[in-house]
Design a protein around this ligand. Structure first.
Ligand code: ZN
Length: 314
């Protein structure tokens, strides 16, 4: 889809991206590829994230550009234009990888109830997974969310943002949903995005962004964040669709790619603008094909990063 504000990249960065782009085409090249090397990493729970230094390299945007095949053959994605590269300086973004690969081994802890303002709810869940195939193990949502979150962190850091992850599989389980909200609040985040993939019926396809409903009960008071969170979510939905070429959910949101919920502790307890992104449906084979593709996950991360940047920069 043509964009109306594509910008021309300065020659030097364009060259750097072109070189990195050919690098991205080779397996095992670059931090993002390294984290992709083990799609069953959910088992380990100790997956090492890409080194922080990768945030300063152009490998993130370039690999998405190289993988952009069917969508566009233009040399650079518009919003990865270098003149925007430091546009998030001074901003804090909290990235919340949904679930934790270790939750599977800690049912007692994650089933313990926590207070979400409107009531009590389980600390967390294990998350869903793809169905897997005869030759390929199921890909867990927790592994997916960590991978996309790493990519998102790198893209945002490259644009100058301070990025805080709520966890990095560096703890055996959790955090619980109330703690996830608290991390965003304490960071004084300008925006928080919780990364997820759905586990719905076959045939249910597409992404959706979950926005906080207006809730005022106990420790939950979302009135101040409902408006800005919607703005954040609309920008992410728009940019996610553009970056990935995928459509909004065909099973909820009436084609808008937006859903509003009052039952998520991570949203209810947030005092800063926050949304959940459900990137696709892991239980649908066609969506699963996308979700298990490293190139597609890079596009997904870019779409989310673009949405955050558009929200923060107006
Ligand atoms: Zn989830």
């Amino acid at each position: 889809m043509p964009y109306d504000h594509r910008k021309t990249a300065p020659r030097t960065l364009a060259l750097a991206l072109a070189v990195a782009g050919s690098c991205a085409a080779l397996a095992g090249c670059g931090a993002s590829q390294a984290s992709e090397a083990s799609p069953t990493a959910g088992k380990g729970g100790t997956q090492t994230p890409p080194p922080a230094v990768s945030a300063a390299t152009p490998s993130g945007p370039s690999s998405s550009a190289a993988a952009d095949g069917q969508q566009t053959r233009t040399p650079l994605p518009d919003s990865s234009a270098p003149q925007e590269s430091r546009s998030l300086a001074g901003r804090t973004v909290v990235v919340d990888p949904g679930h934790n690969p270790g939750n599977f081994r800690h049912s007692r802890e994650i089933n313990a109830k926590v207070n979400i303002g409107t009531g009590r709810k389980e600390c967390d869940t294990t998350g869903t997974s793809t169905n897997g195939t005869a030759t390929e193990a199921a890909y867990t949502e927790a592994a997916f969310t960590l991978d996309v979150s790493h990519r998102l962190r790198d893209l945002l850091t490259a644009r100058g943002a301070k990025v805080v992850l709520t966890h990095d599989a560096d703890r055996p389980w959790g955090p619980c949903i109330d703690e996830r909200a608290e991390i965003g609040n304490k960071a004084g985040a300008d925006a928080v995005v919780s990364v997820h993939a759905d586990g719905s019926a076959v045939g249910h396809r597409g992404f959706h962004v979950i926005l906080p409903a207006r809730v005022s009960s106990g420790a939950a008071d979302t009135a101040p964040i409902v408006g800005p969170s919607r703005e954040l979510g609309e920008n992410i939905a728009d940019r996610f669709a553009r970056a990935t070429g995928t459509s909004p959910s065909n099973y909820l949101g009436a084609g808008t790619g937006l859903d509003v919920r009052d039952d998520l502790g991570g949203l209810n307890l947030s005092t800063v603008p926050k949304v959940f992104v459900e990137c696709g449906n892991m239980r649908d084979p066609k969506d699963a094909e996308l979700l298990t593709s490293a190139a597609w996950r890079q596009k997904a991360a870019r779409g989310i990063a673009d949405g955050i940047a558009t929200y923060l920069n107006g």
